[in-house]
Design a binder for this molecule. Structure first.
Ligand SMILES: [Zn+2]
Length: 305
């Protein structure tokens, strides 16, 4: 059992807590640390969907009330993916995260098949960082800031900055903590239009909602039906469910700023009949990326058409 383990801050990635542990424990090698935490030398330092959590929880000091489930829900990116995975698949992701064999977690969660870019570096919000320092005397990696599509901090409404720490490090067993020296605010100023910025902030708020709540996982059929009902209600499909694709694309591209869609890799091409928007309105045969669902949900429940 470990003599101590840092209490995780609200919204802190488990990865970040382990990095803070490594600094304080003063252990010599990253591999020795991994073995101490997970009883295995094969665990890799993973930011989004880590594994080995059952062993880690057993090794935590007796004062810790953390369970594998609470870590998964509050300190990993699982709640970003889970609502859009069929229940059995979500369960498989959870089980892999608890076991020390996490080899296929990302494929099961649909992360690998995604057409949406993944951030290369851990990111931070300069104002959140200052707040952390004032409140806790140190900073940490916020899980919300590491998610694809979160370009603005939804609290401070400013652009996130890249830290100097790559998400896939050179040493796969090394956990790097967020510090003032590796989180330096550069002159990253993005010249986005006001509309794009507003929509990026909305998206970041929607993603924050996903993380802060426990939504039920739903089957592919459930999403097919739900969207069909909304499309009919909104006049984008006739009663038999036939979708008016041109009207849908027209209104979607009116509702969302073109620059915004480009930034989050979700442009819809008119001529391409197999564009993602058309696909998501048909029978779901595969899992769609959470960002695509969020765009769809906001469009179908917010639009005033
Ligand atoms: Zn912030």
């Amino acid at each position: 059992m470990l003599g101590f383990f840092p209490t995780l801050y609200p919204g802190e990635l488990l990865y970040s807590g382990i990095a803070r542990y490594q600094i304080r424990s003063g252990n010599l090698s990253p591999k020795a640390n991994i073995e101490e935490l997970f009883n295995s030398r094969n665990i890799t330092a993973t930011a989004d969907l880590p594994c080995g959590l059952d062993n880690l929880v057993q090794n935590l000091p007796t004062y810790s009330s953390a369970t594998a489930d609470s870590l998964i829900q509050k300190h990993t990116l699982y709640p970003f993916y889970a609502p859009f995975l069929p229940p059995k698949r979500a369960k498989r992701v959870q089980e892999s995260m608890k076991s020390t064999k996490g080899g296929n977690i990302h494929t099961t969660a649909g992360v690998m098949a995604s057409a949406i870019f993944a951030p290369q570096y851990f990111r931070f919000c300069p104002e959140c960082l200052q707040k952390d320092l004032d409140k806790h005397g140190e900073t940490y990696w916020h899980r919300l800031h590491q998610i694809q599509g979160v370009i603005f901090c939804p609290v401070h409404k400013i652009t996130l900055q890249n830290s100097q720490i790559p998400i896939q490090g050179f040493n796969k067993h090394q956990y790097e903590a967020a510090t003032e020296s590796n989180c330096q605010t550069g002159d990253l100023k993005l010249n986005y239009s006001q509309t794009a910025i507003k929509q990026l902030i909305n998206l970041a708020q929607d993603i924050a909602q996903l993380l802060e709540n426990t939504y039920t996982s739903r089957t592919l059929e459930w999403f097919t039906k739900r969207y069909q009902t909304l499309l009919i209600e909104r006049g984008y499909a006739n009663v038999s469910g036939r979708v008016k694709q041109e009207k849908l694309i027209d209104d979607f591209l009116y509702f969302y700023d073109a620059e915004f869609l480009e930034i989050i890799d979700s442009t819809v091409a008119y001529k391409d009949r197999s564009n993602w928007l058309s696909q998501i309105t048909r029978k779901h045969r595969k899992v769609f990326h959470p960002i695509r669902h969020l765009l769809m949900i906001r469009f179908l429940t917010d639009s005033r058409s």
